[in-house]
Ligand binder design. Structure first.
Ligand code: ZN
Length: 138
């Protein structure tokens, strides 16, 4: 692994753990069955947890606006910062964080949706945006 790849992975782990602390401040709970016990980390898959109650794997993204996204966590943070700083053109965001314009467009839409979502699964995301907007992000 080269240095920049290792640096990216390092930043991504920090960002993932930050989102996890915001979502699961009282301990990891299953987003599907809400079980709080018998959850264990899948050591072979970074960021994955398994619920022994419903036998499902999940990450902090599950059931939130970040669901099914393959965009690294730190790029979500960068995109939120970019919107905070007045960014509006998807082509600029795409270039800044190294994603396609389509991905940038979807990220912007999901972040805007997440900011106003009343779904409890997005509460951590709203808090993340609030903290970043107040300069108290990662
Ligand atoms: Zn479960």
């Amino acid at each position: 692994m080269n240095d920049s790849k290792a640096q990216e992975q390092f930043e991504n782990t920090i960002a993932r753990k930050w989102f996890e602390r915001l979502r699961w401040e009282d301990g990891v709970s299953c987003p599907t069955c809400h079980n709080l016990h018998g959850i264990y980390a899948r050591n072979c898959l970074e960021g994955y947890h398994r619920c022994q109650e419903c036998n499902r794997d999940f990450t902090v993204r599950h059931h939130s606006v970040m669901r099914s996204s393959h965009v690294p966590y730190y790029k979500w943070v960068q995109a939120i910062e970019w919107i905070r700083d007045g960014g509006s053109m998807k082509s600029e965001l795409a270039e800044k964080i190294g994603v396609t314009k389509t991905t940038a467009s979807r990220l912007i839409k999901r972040i805007e949706d997440g900011k106003v979502s009343t779904d409890q699964n997005n509460a951590f995301f709203r808090e993340a945006v609030r903290l970043i907007n107040e300069g108290e992000g990662i």
